[in-house]
Design a binder for this molecule. Structure first.
Ligand code: 6R9
Length: 695
């Protein structure tokens, strides 16, 4: 089924066909990819599970789903009413939208006229409801034995102190704050403190390099950057403050002067004395924040006021600042969390994602806390000190819901089941997967070995742009199929279209689009409304285009098949080929570069770079390393190419367009599938490339 997906570039033109990440992983692991199996393919929730579930049958789902589509305003209003609003939205403006570029500017608004605050709803509301003594967060450090916890009351105090500090240095409603922190409890605390005072947080994953951080600082011009001096991940020490210093200097050169760098002292990684310091600009968190009051009034904001900016990769070199607003995002992140994990107040929930990505926004911080859940925040690497660490942590805290990415599952699967079976894992109830397609073998291993064939897996398909789950199992409601994200969440209308934008019915495969808006949808790309409309709404007029391929089987189950644009998904991280290319060509010895994704057994996709050197520069292993270093320093270690392939020339059409279809085949050693090369300006380059393939 996967092979039917044609590939469209972000400008909507038909480009090529290529195998997908799911197909790739399946093929590598020696299995057929299609999971839809007439006999044994369905995995049913147990009767006990279904009996206690929030949604316990397909029929119940169908009724709720139908209502959410027929009467979205009524459906979402009822849910929104369970939150606190300082002022209710205008009842006839629950949702105002235009998703059709041919009819005017794109517009999505939810709960217009309403005033609320997401921090109040995620923290104060739980304290006021009598859950002040409930654990909001457990924290597990990199080293075994390092841990901490905060009740909801303590969390509220900490959030208020930081919010008061931010106000004292002039941060107010609408101001941007960049957060560059590892997975300490201070990271969600910082997000919530910003939200409390109406400031817009922009969390930058602490694995991004100084250049990447600078680029984001220059784009959103924050008043304050919040970081820590250093972090240890596994055995590696990462001096985050040094990285921030370089970015801030770069920002200043580009006219963006950030007055304050608030630095948390992460004592287990580095002492104060060892941290480089610029007096005037640098402030130790521990020196100032605890002196502030633990009471801080909430800034009531409009439902459509911005909550956060999160940069993500697209098909050009410049990252996109995805902007989410307050009211709709709040209602959507909370509701999706509750249903997709069949949340119960007694759950102990662990999501392994970093708050630097959208998963950490919606499903470490906001979604769970809005439900009053107990969340585990883990600082370290999931296989440190050994591949059993996750299950050690699960047993230590009695984790009931465990949400992770297929890349981790595949890595742990390779390390062997003995690291799993030495732990009990009896507390686990629901498992979750996100970030990339999960191949059926990894799905089975997750289900059978980690979950002892007891725990349903919610394979949640969604994106930075969607704010929350779009296609996801409701674990008690219907049987699962390994590799399928199953059915749409309430209010979501996925459609699969062909390259002309025609909706296809029943069993089919094509481009995944969404009809109609949903409350968690992003509202724009920061400072670039044109790119927002061009990337997402112009390819198929009338729809939001996800950039993903998808097929639907005869039972209506959805199977996501990977990106169909110039984005590579490496270990669940989105990386634009153009970003890697522009890093490579900034190297003084690189004349030109073309990057494609290749199948990777653990990472899902790997990065394969074709590089043309400046005339006369000889190939060498050193130069290879230096090119990889350039990418690491401009983007981050996670974007380092897996392979540099020397290219005396690149296959180009007569108009000078690089034919990536051919490069993908060469990278994947599918040499008998090169197709028509006669339209190339110089067909000879293909043979040269093949000859250099093993060098
Ligand atoms: C949440 C997140 C989004 C892209 C998306 C798709 C891929 C995410 C998936 C999945 C198959 C799933 N993706 N979840 N593919 N099955 N369950 O990862 O956001 O970083 O923006 O990436 O990730 O390709 O388009 P983001």
């Amino acid at each position: 089924w996967v092979d039917h997906v044609a590939v469209v570039s972000s400008n909507g033109k038909l480009r090529a066909r290529r195998p997908t990440a799911a197909a790739a992983a399946g093929a590598v692991l020696g299995e057929p990819v299609a999971a839809s199996d007439d006999q044994g393919g369905l995995v049913h929730p147990s009767e006990e599970f279904a009996a206690q579930a929030l949604v316990s049958s397909t029929q119940q789902y169908q009724e709720m789903y139908r209502r959410s589509i027929d009467d979205p305003a009524g459906f979402w209003s009822e849910i929104a009413e369970t939150f606190y609003w300082k002022q209710k939205w205008n009842p006839d403006e629950v949702c105002a939208e235009n998703l059709d570029v041919t009819k005017g500017p794109i517009k999505i608004e939810w709960f217009k006229g309403g005033k609320t605050n997401i921090c109040y709803n995620a923290v104060d509301r739980n304290v006021e409801a009598g859950d002040g003594e409930k654990i909001a967060m457990y924290w597990e450090g990199n080293e075994i034995g390092q841990d901490g916890k905060l009740t909801y009351s303590q969390l509220l105090d900490k959030v208020c102190q930081l919010a008061n500090y931010l106000k004292s240095v002039g941060v107010g409603k609408g101001d941007a704050v960049v957060i560059y922190l590892p997975m300490l409890m201070e990271l969600p605390i910082a997000m919530l403190a910003c939200a409390r005072i109406g400031a817009v947080h922009s969390v930058v994953f602490a694995g991004f390099s100084a250049d990447a951080l600078a680029q984001r600082i220059i784009d959103c011009k924050p008043k304050v950057v919040i970081t820590c001096n250093a972090v240890k991940r596994g055995k590696k020490l990462i001096p985050l403050k040094d990285i921030v210093d370089v970015s801030l200097a770069d920002g200043a050169k580009n006219g963006v002067d950030v007055g304050i760098c608030l630095t948390y002292e992460n004592q287990s990684a580095m002492t104060k004395e060892d941290t480089k310091w610029t007096s005037g600009k640098d402030v130790w968190w521990q020196d100032v924040v605890p002196n502030f009051s633990t009471k801080c009034d909430v800034e009531w904001v409009d439902a459509e006021d911005p909550l956060f900016l999160l940069y993500t990769s697209g098909s050009t070199g410049k990252p996109k600042g995805v902007l989410h607003t307050t009211g709709g995002y709040m209602v959507y992140s909370a509701t999706t969390f509750k249903h997709a994990f069949d949340y119960k107040p007694s759950d102990i929930y662990w999501c392994t994602a970093d708050c630097g990505w959208i998963t950490g926004h919606s499903y470490v911080t906001y979604g769970p806390l809005l439900n009053g859940a107990t969340v585990l925040v883990y600082e370290g690497a999931p296989n440190y000190p050994d591949p059993g660490r996750c299950w050690d942590v699960v047993d230590k805290y009695g984790v009931t819901i465990f949400y992770t990415a297929p890349t981790l599952i595949r890595a742990l699967m390779r390390d062997g089941t003995e690291y799993v079976t030495r732990y009990s894992r009896k507390s686990l109830r629901v498992l979750g997967s996100v970030g990339e397609p999960i191949n059926p073998t990894a799905w089975r291993w997750f289900y059978d070995v980690i979950g002892d064939s007891r725990c349903p897996i919610s394979d949640t398909w969604w994106q930075t742009e969607t704010g929350g789950f779009m296609i996801t199992p409701l674990p008690g409601a219907w049987p699962l199929k390994p590799g399928s994200a199953t059915f749409p969440f309430f209010g979501v209308q996925p459609v699969i279209v062909d390259e002309k934008g025609n909706e296809m019915e029943e069993e089919c495969s094509g481009y995944l689009c969404i009809k109609k808006s949903w409350p968690g949808a992003f509202r724009t790309l920061y400072g670039d409304k044109d790119r927002y409309e061009t990337t997402y709404f112009k390819p198929f007029a009338g729809y939001y285009f996800s950039g993903d391929g998808c097929s639907r089987d005869k039972d209506g189950y959805h199977f996501l098949t990977g990106r169909v644009d110039d984005v590579i998904n490496v270990s669940g991280h989105r990386i634009g080929t153009a970003e890697v290319e522009s890093a490579l060509v900034s190297h003084p010895k690189c004349a030109e570069a073309a990057v494609v994704g290749i199948d990777h057994e653990v990472k899902g996709q790997g990065i394969y770079a074709f590089v043309t050197l400046v005339d006369g520069v000889p190939y060498s292993d050193e130069l290879r390393k230096s090119l990889v270093m350039t990418v690491r320093s401009q983007i981050g270690a996670f974007a380092a190419p897996d392979k540099i392939h020397w290219a005396p020339g690149l296959p180009k059409t007569r108009s000078g367009k690089i034919m990536r279809r051919i490069l993908r085949k060469i990278a994947g050693r599918q040499l008998d599938e090169l197709g028509d090369t006669s339209t190339l300006a110089d067909p000879g380059v293909v043979d040269q490339l093949i000859a250099l393939g093993d060098s």
